[in-house]
Design a protein around this ligand. Structure first.
Ligand code: SAH
Length: 221
């Protein structure tokens, strides 16, 4: 974000400071991640009638029947992704663009895909209003990744499939890390894959609840 980003009012600054304090108390101790979260006004990413809940630590409903993820889960995934400032990152499930904005504060460039044109257009507007310019968005089926931009140093999936889509494994760089929620609703877990010279190392992280990764691009929306 550039120095010319809109200046937040005092309440807004205080809400954000309280949010990151809660994140730190919950074990989010990577200073770069904390700073990146502090820079992003979540209020801009939630529907106006839910503005008073923008800094509560919970997921909220947004357009197209989707959700903006719970701040703790955003922080946790971001911390475990270990994003460096030279990294090229792929996100599947742009949604509101909140997680995208945080990744943009950490990475060299972020590519983000959503199946809803409406969500991509709204996210593009929010990111532009925050003068975030190292992000490229695409309306497409995230199951396929973004082959023309691969490989990616980091991949983050923010909707749950039965397992990690094979195209995403293929598009991960050697030494790269991918984090995705997998499994049936009510039994989802975040998993982390690390691509090594000989294959993938896989660890299970946190139990979570994400909206499903639905195959195909959404038609009218
Ligand atoms: N990271 C978002 C929350 C994402 S909710 C945020 O911070 O706001 C999950 C998103 O995944 C939804 O926007 C949904 O449209 C998208 N999604 C579901 N299936 C998809 C697919 N096959 N390809 C791309 N996006 C998909």
């Amino acid at each position: 974000m550039s120095d010319g980003a809109p200046v937040a009012d005092d309440d807004e600054q205080r809400h954000r400071a309280e949010l990151v304090l809660r994140m730190r108390q919950s074990g989010i101790n990577d200073a770069r991640v904390v700073r990146a979260m502090e820079m992003v006004p979540r209020r801009l990413f939630v529907p106006p009638h839910l503005a008073d809940q923008a800094y509560a630590d919970r997921a909220l409903p947004v357009a197209c029947g989707q959700t903006i993820s719970q701040p703790y889960v955003v922080a946790y995934m971001t911390q475990h992704l270990q994003v460096g400032d030279r990294h090229k990152v792929l996100e599947i499930g742009t949604g509101t663009g909140y997680q995208t904005a945080i990744l943009a504060g950490l990475a060299r460039r972020v590519y983000s895909v959503d199946r809803y044109r409406t969500l991509v257009a709204a996210a593009e507007g929010r990111l532009a209003s925050l003068r975030i310019s190292n992000v490229t968005l695409l309306t497409a089926d995230g199951y396929l990744g973004w082959p023309s931009q691969a490989p990616f140093d980091r991949i983050l999936v923010t909707a749950a499939a039965e397992d990690v889509p094979p195209a995403l494994c293929d598009q991960l760089a050697d030494g790269g890390i991918l984090i995705a929620p997998v499994g049936p609703i009510r039994e989802q877990k975040l998993i982390r894959l690390r691509k090594t010279a000989t294959g993938f190392e896989r660890d299970a992280l946190l139990p979570v609840r994400f909206v499903p990764l639905v195959p195909g691009k959404a038609v009218a929306l």
